[in-house]
Design a binder for this molecule. Structure first.
Ligand SMILES: *Cc1c(COP(=O)(O)O)cnc(C)c1O
Length: 398
């Protein structure tokens, strides 16, 4: 019997052809496929600019730098996220702080964010995370951040294909300076590894292009050193200059060919995730022990990167590890998203606070479980997942 993971990429012949085309005829890196993918991506989410990078983590790092984050500043994000969201702050030498989640959405709670901003007046960057694709309450978060001059960078690693209440796509940056996506195979579309930053601000866009490639001037950037850059016949043809400390965070044309081909299927991918989620919601609707972790009112707006159940383990004779092992022995792989970031050993020693103050995050963490959701999960496989979970829960309930 095949193994059913919690998430999985989907590759078809058109994806393979797109990659082979680059290998046969194209430029491997720094070529036109990168700009083509960036153009298509920006078009898809309705942003002015898109910058493709080597990963979402790299994207969050240079987005933080482009927002001006530096030593002495503070970055605030949600405890329930992948470590990359807060590590971006650490990379720049800034302090990191957290605002607890709203237990209804599992996203950062705008009221607690506004308290955290009062407590940390040095906050320069706020990173809301659209957890599992469920869009944050950006209509509330934006004015709260504007009031104290904090820059918003959205972590949309789960949210390619998600829409806000106003109907705009996540990535359109209608509430933020920048939005960052992941192209890791477990996310909505795959490049192998990769990330994309979108923005509507031209000077931010230009700075991201430089930061992606060593801090070297790009396009028609003004040169700083005129003596060396210009001679009597105009700009010296060999000349480039490193204007600030940047990184090598470039993606390749090979990866962008795959991502661009995948982007064409995004709509189909999301539609299937919505069908799967709708089926799970019906299947567990009457359960007293398991329920969907997020509101089901936004199924048509969430990209449904994950399907997370909350489980009342007080009603079971087994704990979560035993449940996961039992499902694993029946070829179903589940996962916990996430251990709250402040509970990681690095953050326990770095943060001045005890992680137990993020009560909603900890409570959520103790009883959550992500169950399989991905484009190629068949109806039969999903029924098998549902019946297996129900069987174990009935058998083990006290
Ligand atoms: C996956 C993920 C990232 C990091 O993405 P990479 O492309 O692997 O660097 C960042 N934030 C969240 C919320 C993620 O799920």
């Amino acid at each position: 019997m095949t193994i059913i993971p919690y998430g999985k990429h989907f590759i078809d012949e058109s994806d393979i052809d797109a990659v082979v085309d680059i290998l046969r005829y194209g430029q491997l890196t720094q070529g036109p496929m990168i700009t083509e993918f960036e153009r298509e991506f920006a078009l898809h989410v309705n942003s002015k600019y898109a910058v493709a990078v080597s990963s979402c983590t790299a994207g969050l790092h240079i987005a933080s730098l482009a927002a001006g984050l530096k030593e002495g500043d503070t970055l605030i994000t949600s405890p329930i996220t992948f470590v990359a969201s807060s590590n971006a702050g650490i990379y720049t030498g800034a302090n990191v702080a957290f605002a607890d989640i709203d237990p209804r959405s599992i996203n950062i709670d705008p009221v607690l964010l506004s308290l955290a901003l009062k407590e940390h007046p040095t906050t320069k960057v706020v990173i809301p995370v659209h957890f599992a694709g469920y869009p944050c309450e950006m209509e509330e978060i934006k004015p709260i951040c504007d009031q104290v001059g904090a820059v918003i960078i959205e972590d949309a690693a789960h949210a390619l294909g998600s829409k806000y209440k106003n109907g705009q796509m996540v990535g359109s940056c209608c509430y933020s300076l920048m939005t960052v996506f992941s192209l890791h195979p477990v996310k909505a579309i795959a490049a192998g590894e990769g990330g994309v930053i979108t923005t509507n601000d031209e000077s931010t866009y230009r700075r991201l292009l430089r930061l992606r490639s060593h801090g070297i001037n790009k396009g028609d950037d003004q040169f700083i050193c005129l003596d060396e850059s210009i001679s009597t016949s105009g700009i010296n043809p060999w000349y480039y200059e490193m204007q600030e400390l940047g990184f090598h965070y470039r993606i390749t044309d090979i990866q962008c060919a795959l991502a661009n081909s995948q982007l064409k299927k995004l709509h189909r991918f999301i539609e299937r995730r919505r069908e799967i989620a709708a089926r799970y919601i019906v299947a567990f609707a009457d359960s007293e022990i398991v329920h969907f972790a997020q509101p089901s009112d936004a199924l048509d707006r969430s990209a449904l990167h994950l399907f997370v159940l909350r489980i009342n383990f007080e009603r079971l004779r087994i704990d979560r590890a035993q449940l996961m092992k039992s499902l694993r022995s029946k070829n179903i792989i589940t996962q916990v998203h996430y251990l709250p970031v402040p509970m990681h050993p690095f953050y326990r020693k770095t943060l001045p606070v005890d992680p137990s103050i993020y009560k909603q995050s900890e409570r959520y963490y103790r009883d959550c479980l992500s169950i399989p959701i991905y484009y190629s999960l068949t109806a039969d496989e999903q029924e098998y997942v549902i019946s297996t979970i129900n069987y174990i829960i009935d058998y083990e309930s006290n």
